[in-house]
Every structure is written in structure tokens, then in C-alpha cells.
Design a protein around this ligand. Structure first.
Ligand code: FES
Ligand code: FES
Length: 166
């Protein structure tokens, strides 16, 4: 077969624009790229962690239009136009978000690997009104694993942040 007779190879990369931490960001990506890989590898936002990469640990949690989302299970192209918030976009300049400040104050981390996901998840849980008691916080945050076992301090931090955000 001559070159000119070969079937055209479909273009694999597609344009994507989304609102990333308050700014429009445009990428050209393949359809199989996850939101997590887009953030980390194309967006340079490595605060969002890749733990299990299969929806089981919560380390990759970000907010999509304000809702807690596991970015390892989300295809980036499905989020065209969506507002994505990562840990890098949470503080207001030098001023930490109340949840970040509460995690520092309550020493709610050890190695810190799970912390960005814990904090984004906590922001979502508080906004949803699912942080009324310590048991509710434990239940709502149960998808965010911490191998260091910082759970008691995490619950205390989320409860304090809930009060600060009232
Ligand atoms: Fe997404 Fe573990 S990396 S849930
Ligand atoms: Fe180490 Fe949570 S602080 S995994």
C-alpha cells in the first residue's frame, strides 16, 4: 500500500481548558489522561499525591466545582470548564485556609503524604455539613487513609476548622 493510501491516523490529542485554582488553564491531552496525571505531570501541581492510583486511599482528592473528587479516577477531558481546586490554590496569598491552619495547629500530620488529600476532603466535608460531630467526621473522611495513623489529630483539626468557618 502506498503511503497516500494509508487510512488517516486519528488525532489522539485534544484541547482542554479548565479553571485551575482560579485561573483558566489550557492543555492538549490524550483522552486517557486522568485528572491526577494532568495536575501533576502537565500542570506542575505535585501537591496532589498519587497513592494507590485506583480510588482506594484518597491521597489524590481535589475539589471539582467544590465537590470532593478522587482525581485518579477522573478523566481530565470529562472536566472541561470545571473549577478545580488543589492544595496549591487553597491559601489566600500568605494566609492559610482555616483547614490548613487547623492541621498545623493540631499537628494533624506526620510524613505529610496524605495531608493534601485530607485537607481538600475536609474542606468538602465541612461545606457539605457532614462534620457536625467527631463520628460524622470519621465517617465522612473514611476514604482518606493515613498510614501514619494521625487520625485523632485529623479529626480534631477538622472539628476546629468547622468552628473557624462558622
Ligand atoms: Fe486516588 Fe489513591 S491515588 S484514591
Ligand atoms: Fe503520613 Fe498521613 S501523615 S500518611
Amino acid at each position: 500500500m502506498r503511503t497516500s493510501e494509508r487510512p488517516a491516523v486519528p488525532a489522539r490529542s485534544l484541547p482542554l481548558t479548565l479553571r485551575l485554582n482560579g485561573r483558566d488553564a489550557t492543555f492538549t491531552i490524550e483522552p486517557e489522561v486522568t485528572l491526577l496525571d494532568l495536575l501533576r505531570e502537565r500542570g506542575g501541581l505535585t501537591g496532589t499525591k498519587k497513592g494507590c492510583d485506583r480510588g482506594q486511599c484518597g491521597a489524590c482528592t481535589v475539589l471539582v466545582n467544590g465537590r470532593r473528587t478522587l482525581s485518579c479516577l477522573a478523566l481530565a477531558l470529562a472536566h472541561a470548564g470545571d473549577a478545580i481546586t488543589t492544595i496549591e490554590g487553597l491559601a489566600d496569598g500568605d494566609r492559610l485556609h482555616p483547614v490548613q491552619a487547623a492541621f498545623v495547629e493540631h499537628d494533624a500530620l506526620q510524613c505529610g503524604f496524605c495531608t493534601p488529600g485530607q485537607i481538600l476532603s475536609a474542606v468538602g466535608v465541612i461545606a457539605e455539613g457532614h462534620a457536625r460531630t467527631d463520628d460524622e467526621i470519621r465517617e465522612a473522611m473514611s476514604g482518606n487513609l493515613c498510614r501514619c495513623g494521625a487520625y485523632p489529630n485529623i479529626v480534631a483539626a477538622v472539628a476546629a476548622a468547622r468552628e473557624a468557618l462558622r
